[in-house]
Design a protein around this ligand. Structure first.
Ligand SMILES: [Zn+2]
Length: 284
């Protein structure tokens, strides 16, 4: 027998799905005027309750209520699920109240797992600052707009794999062989592609001679489109930090492609990258 109530709730939830899948649709634009959709999707149930309190539009109020019921259906019964829970506005924390730290949000912290390092230890605020210092050691005398750097990936794409990857690049905890070797997961820190240099973030995405055909092809295309752009390794790793999103999304797709090749243990090719873009953007 069909449960009519559940069916009606699922129809209401489809409005959210429809908007997320097409963020240029009129529906998404209307939703964005009424409340911050990205925050609603990244935050916990408390944020939805606050939206509902302020909302006068009964249709969207119903949709958000259905979304809250959907959140309530999640059962957290293992550590992995707990780690992927929203960090902010989560009604399961602090006796039904919620936590929101603007500084951490601007630095890209979204899930519980974001406050832990690669070894599973909780970051202290000092350590978060130190992460910035490590980048500054690499790029001396460069002014970096960290707020833009951390928020860029969320403005550029809804691809959760790219968001996962870029946050790990920024926190310097992407599992390169250099990091995996330190954690005693692999036997050496050699690059997965050239097998002769240490596989650091810089080497994997910029220096490695095996990725040069893909990198140079991409840089050439960017220069053809806008000759004023000078792309360096900092731009590739951290993003523009100046809201030039049309180029940032390409660099994010590039990192995703290179990292997937590393995981599959196959050397990246220009054709492979073009096919990957074709799949992602449905172009050509
Ligand atoms: Zn290499």
């Amino acid at each position: 027998m069909i449960d009519i109530t559940s069916y009606i709730y699922s129809l209401k939830l489809k409005w959210i799905k429809k908007c997320i899948l097409n963020d240029s649709s009129k529906c998404f634009k209307l939703m964005s005027v009424l409340f911050d959709v990205n925050k609603m999707l990244n935050f916990g149930k408390k944020f939805c309750e606050i939206i509902c309190q302020k909302m006068s539009n009964t249709f969207w109020k119903d949709v958000i209520n259905a979304y809250m019921l959907y959140i309530d259906r999640f059962c957290i019964d293992n550590v992995n699920q707990f780690m992927h829970m929203p960090l902010f506005y989560n009604h399961n924390f602090v006796n039904g109240n919620y936590v929101f730290i603007h500084t951490l949000y601007n630095k890209g912290f979204r899930c519980v797992k974001d406050v832990f390092d690669a070894n599973g230890n909780l970051y202290s605020l000092l350590e978060i600052e130190k992460i910035h210092h490590k980048w500054l050691l690499q790029y001396e005398n460069v002014s970096i707009n960290w707020k833009n750097v951390y928020s860029c990936v969320f403005k550029c794409t809804k691809d959760s794999y790219i968001q996962w990857l870029q946050l790990r690049v920024l926190h310097r905890i992407l599992p390169t062989n250099s990091l995996l070797y330190k954690m005693k997961v692999v036997e050496n820190d050699n690059c997965s592609f050239c097998e002769c240099c240490k596989e650091t973030l810089l080497h994997l995405f910029w220096d490695c001679n095996k990725i040069q055909p893909v990198l140079q092809d991409m840089l050439q295309k960017l220069n053809t489109n806008d000759s004023s752009i000078v792309i360096n390794s900092m731009y590739v790793l951290l993003g523009s930090g100046n809201n030039k999103f049309k180029f940032d999304i390409l660099l994010l797709e590039y990192k995703k492609f290179i990292f997937l090749c590393k995981r599959k243990k196959c050397v990246p090719t220009v054709i492979g990258f073009r096919n990957s873009l074709q799949l992602a953007w449905n172009i050509f």
